[in-house]
Design a protein around this ligand. Structure first.
Ligand code: G
Ligand code: G
Ligand code: NA
Ligand code: MN
Length: 254
């Protein structure tokens, strides 16, 4: 209850931060996007991870204003990076299931793009496979509208949410993001290796990009590269960093 009360005040008190983690093209090594990951800088607890407060935000409905805040902050930040002369890259924002179901999701996103001046192609939305599969028919219609808006769409945590190929071909998305639980032991666990390669093959055959998250070692990177995965993300390249670090990172890696 204490946490809920302070979560309510956190937006007004400007206690949220957005950290950014790069996505890297395996072949060219270029940065394709920066994923926005929220942090709560609590006055007493210090940095609280989203794993701890996103579920509470969802239970209380606070995820709607918090999610909108992240979207706006990330879009403003990406405009600022463009203004600084950093080569254009997308900013990727995680959408909660509650946001995905909001009737005014499209208006909200359109409004934030207008307000910040960011072009739609520089915004990416990450929606988990489980959220999409809760109601595949509804998801098809929302994903079509988002595609028409011109934003890039990724299916997050892919591989644990039971999409069939039949469903996948109906979803207008750009990218499949292999869940990090399959990446961790991809070199030593033959089932994980089989799942990862199957997702890559499925993505390739449906003309979708495939990214692997949670890449921490050169061995995992080699496996993914040998098996024609398109992009990678993880501690091997960078932990999530505050926005002021991104410019420096891009000077070294852009
Ligand atoms: O950043 P990790 O660093 O701790 O994130 C933990 C979880 O919180 C991940 O599942 C991530 O997708 C989720 N998450 C991070 N930022 C956001 C956000 O802005 N909105 C939503 N809905 N989830 C987020
Ligand atoms: O659910 P989502 O896929 O958005 O989760 C992203 C989470 O994974 C965040 O908590 C982020 O900080 C974390 N993360 C990012 N890179 C790595 C990595 O290389 N290894 C591990 N174990 N976690 C990572
Ligand atoms: Na994500
Ligand atoms: Mn994920």
């Amino acid at each position: 209850l204490l946490l809920e009360t302070s979560l309510r005040k956190a937006l007004d008190n400007r206690e949220f931060r957005v950290y950014y983690q790069p996505k890297v093209d395996i072949v060219s090594k270029r940065i394709t996007a920066m994923e926005a990951l929220i942090r709560w800088d609590h006055p007493i607890l210090g940095l609280v991870s989203p794993g701890e407060f996103i579920p509470l935000a969802e239970e209380t409905g606070l995820i709607i204003p918090i999610g909108e805040w992240v979207l706006r902050a990330a879009c403003f930040q990406n405009c600022e990076w463009v203004r600084q002369g950093i080569p254009p890259m997308r900013v990727a924002v995680n959408l909660s299931g509650y946001q995905f179901q909001q009737k005014n999701l499209l208006e909200t996103i359109r409004g934030i793009l207008d307000e910040t001046g960011l072009t739609a192609d520089l915004l990416e939305l990450e929606i988990t496979e489980s959220v999409i599969m809760q109601n595949p028919d509804f998801a098809v219609s929302v994903l079509n509208q988002l595609r028409d808006l011109g934003v890039h769409i990724s299916i997050d945590d892919f591989g644990i949410g039971y999409s069939s190929l039949a469903h996948l071909k109906r979803f207008s998305v750009n990218t499949l993001k292999i869940d990090k639980s399959f990446v961790r032991d991809v070199e030593i666990n033959s089932a994980d290796a089989a799942i990862a390669t199957a997702i890559i093959a499925m993505g390739n055959s449906l003309n979708l990009k495939v990214i692997a998250e949670g890449v921490e070692t050169e061995g995992q990177l080699s496996f993914l590269s040998d098996n024609k995965c398109d992009e990678v993300q993880g501690y091997l390249f960078s932990t999530p960093m505050p926005p002021e670090k991104v410019a420096e990172f891009m000077r070294e890696h852009g």
